[in-house]
Design a protein around this ligand. Structure first.
Ligand code: SF4
Ligand code: SF4
Length: 379
């Protein structure tokens, strides 16, 4: 395995023709990005039943499956764990996913987002056994699960199922490496102990790591003006020996080119660079108000349809750049007839869906207080 082969194309945040409608994927641009990615010798695509409200798999079929020989690319897909109601659902969803993608086997297949409640669902529906059968029958070459919970739960799952699994997909980045809520370092070590490969999601934490406040951007420039901020984050993950894939979700051509350059000319992170990133993580953690990765899972779960990550994004931005016109943007959102943050009924439905263990209702309350206190009609 080379460092170059670790670069995976994450298909959760594809380019869109309408920013407000995740099903409107910009297929033309995505096709162009796929062509460049493949031409440069990369070949791994990660999707799920849920991404882009079920249209990410379609877009991959059109851009990859229908335009390249099957053996030239790898596809990873994920079971919609939250939607499982019976054992029969396993087969129903797998067949639907194969059909959406236009393939007859997955290179990698995961149970999506194991956490406490969804582990119960997967166990009730015998999904781990179903994945084992998929591998035996050749419907999946490698099997595992994606994970967004703490090291204690990961240990329980690996002790129970680790011997039949090949991979765990972890949220891992230099910001979450020692974060007590995410425990990325501990989770990585557990996978190593169990002899399980690690695939990395959110190496840029949904953009939090690249959309930095000016002071931190300046620190990066001073440290090394020739390397992009994203390249440091990707190299942090890919330099770990047990990490075999690092996904990057890209919706701009420039990001794709930058990431391709990082992996084509890969340099293992030095001790000095590692130390610098840990310093930046401490600095950034002090500034980021809500560690939302903007994955969007909570929006689908919220009965009030509150655009939760949009409000968290504005809140974070206003903490990072208090002098900006972000208050105005917040109130403009309400003018666009977005459901206001204060319509949260504290029902708690979103909590099981949050990949970052955020207490969403509590944080939404802070968002409302923050903007209402700070707003002046002339601001
Ligand atoms: S607690 Fe609030 S934000 Fe969460 S699902 Fe309920 S209404 Fe939506
Ligand atoms: S609040 Fe949680 S679930 Fe919602 S977008 Fe942010 S990280 Fe994802």
């Amino acid at each position: 395995m080379t460092y170059k082969s670790k670069f995976g194309f994450g298909c959760m945040r594809l380019p869109q023709t309408d920013a407000n409608d995740p099903t409107k994927i910009d297929q033309e641009l995505f096709n162009e990005m796929v062509d460049i990615y493949m031409e440069k010798g990369f070949n791994y695509f990660d999707t799920s039943y849920a991404y882009h409200n079920g249209t990410s798999e379609d877009a991959i079929r059109k851009a990859v499956v229908e335009r390249y020989p099957r053996e030239s690319f790898q596809i990873c897909d994920k079971m919609p764990t939250w939607a499982l109601t019976s054992e029969e659902d396993n087969e129903k969803y797998v067949n639907e996913m194969l059909e959406r993608l236009g393939i007859d086997y997955f290179d990698v297949f995961f149970i999506h987002n194991i956490n406490v409640p969804w582990l119960k669902l997967a166990e009730k529906c015998n999904t781990f056994e179903y994945l084992k059968k998929m591998k035996e029958e050749g419907t999946a070459k490698k099997i595992g699960f994606s994970f967004h919970d703490n090291a204690k739960l990961l240990k329980e799952v690996l002790d129970k199922y680790g011997d039949v699994l090949d991979v765990v997909q972890l949220e891992l980045n230099y910001l979450d490496w020692e974060d007590p809520a995410i425990e990325a370092h501990k989770c990585y070590d557990l996978c190593v102990e169990h002899g399980i490969d690690v695939y990395v999601m959110e190496p840029l934490k949904g953009g939090v790591i690249v959309n930095l406040p000016e002071s931190i951007q300046n620190d990066f420039k001073e440290f090394n003006p020739d390397k992009s901020i994203a390249s440091f984050a990707l190299r942090f993950c890919a330099s770990l020996e047990n990490v075999k894939i690092v996904l990057s979700g890209m919706n701009k051509m420039d990001d794709l080119i930058d990431n391709c350059n990082t992996f084509e000319n890969f340099e293992v992170l030095s001790d000095e660079e590692n130390e610098f990133l840990q310093k930046m993580a401490l600095k950034l953690n002090e500034i980021v108000a809500v560690p939302c990765s903007e994955c969007g899972y909570c929006i689908k779960a919220c009965p009030e349809m509150i655009p939760i990550p949009e409000y968290f994004n504005l809140y974070n931005t206003s903490k990072i750049q208090p002098e900006s016109n972000i208050y105005r943007l917040y109130f403009n959102k309400l003018g666009e007839e977005k459901v206001p943050a204060d319509e949260c009924t504290y029902c708690g439905t979103c909590l099981d869906h949050c990949t970052q263990q955020i207490d969403i209702p509590e944080e939404l309350e802070k968002v409302c207080e923050h903007f209402e206190e700070g707003f002046t009609p002339y601001g």
